[in-house]
Design a protein around this ligand. Structure first.
Ligand code: BMA
Length: 328
């Protein structure tokens, strides 16, 4: 079998642990989870569903910090090893010359995507209901807010790390104003990061762990086998929603075409820090680090809407698993 390879940069300092002896899991948890406790900064009630990227030889990110008023805020953070994090105590104050857009109502579930020299941040932004906020930064100190990408109601805006067909590209999940009981993943393109169109349906809910709604997670990882899209899926149990993690391979040139998609989940809430917290039974991925040299992947996800966790996989292993367990 030919080797499946990540198309991208080497990341020799990616955090990593080998799969535990005797484990058959396709994705295994970091033994030191959670990496970010709920009370890392004085104001925080919980820190979860957050995004990290390589930055200047180390790491930086944008973090969802719900504060003790229970307001949903975004904070910048830095780390030398992507495990031990320092977060700014003050929320990000977005620079925006249009007060209509710049008035911060709430922000949550950020993603960060590097294209050229900019780190784009997308998040669920309060503007007459949830929609996709967009900003960029060069240094994780100053953040410049742009137009919202879509009309309300929308969540889980996830950019692709390079232009596709000459345009910026983003996945999103149109939704409602509440705890949305439905939702498919869609794809859109933009020539300028302001005007979005060419909307395409990517994939719908199916059964079991992904029966109620689905949403893209980390920035898709480019591989020789297609775009590796890790996503969350939701099951409605007698006790409420259960958020698990799955993966799919999308066509490189036409990413709305799904080639393979996991029928089983690859990670579901099973540990104490995923099952117990402000919202029980939630594993919600928002970021992944990837090393093109070794194929190592470190996924960042929120546990029980309370803490931030890491899990590992290897690109060969994950792609084989997706192909061998696929139902499109
Ligand atoms: C979703 C979002 C996520 C959250 C999840 C579970 O609608 O609000 O931030 O993790 O619900 O509560």
């Amino acid at each position: 079998m030919t080797k499946k390879t990540i198309i991208g940069e080497p990341l020799p300092n990616i955090p990593w642990e080998d799969r535990p002896e005797g484990s058959h899991e396709v994705m295994w948890r970091y033994s030191g989870n959670p990496v970010i406790p709920r009370d890392l900064i004085p104001s925080s009630n919980s820190i979860f569903n957050s995004a990290v990227v390589p930055f200047e030889g180390e790491f930086a990110g944008v973090f969802r910090c719900d504060d003790k008023r229970r307001a949903m805020q975004l904070h910048a953070g830095r780390s030398k090893d992507a495990i031990n994090w320092e977060l700014d105590h003050d929320p990000i104050s977005f620079i925006c010359d249009d007060p209509e857009i710049g008035k911060f109502v709430y922000g949550y579930d950020p993603r960060v995507c590097k294209i050229d020299d900019r780190y784009y941040v997308t998040w669920c932004n309060g503007y007459h209901g949830p929609t996709i906020g967009v900003a960029y930064t060069y240094d994780f100190k100053k953040f410049y807010q742009m137009e919202n990408a879509f009309l309300p109601f929308n969540r889980n805006g996830v950019m692709f790390p390079r232009k596709i067909n000459g345009n910026f590209a983003m996945l999103s999940r149109p939704s409602d104003n509440g705890h949305t009981p439905f939702g498919d993943i869609f794809y859109s393109e933009s020539p300028d990061m302001t005007y979005w169109g060419k909307h395409r349906h990517v994939m719908a809910t199916t059964e079991g762990w992904q029966a109620t709604k689905i949403g893209a997670g980390p920035i898709p990882i480019e591989t020789t086998e297609g775009w590796l899209m890790i996503y969350h899926g939701v099951l409605t149990s007698c006790n409420g929603f259960v958020y698990s993690v799955g993966a799919a391979l999308l066509d490189l040139d036409e990413p709305w075409k799904v080639m393979y998609r996991t029928e089983p989940y690859i990670l579901s809430p099973q540990t104490l820090y995923e099952c117990v917290g402000d919202v029980p039974n939630v594993a919600f991925p928002c970021a992944a680090l990837a090393d093109a040299d070794t194929g190592r992947i470190a996924m960042y996800y929120g546990g029980a809407d309370t803490v931030t966790c890491v899990a590992f996989t290897q690109v060969d292993l994950l792609i084989d698993y997706i192909k061998n367990n696929s139902k499109v």
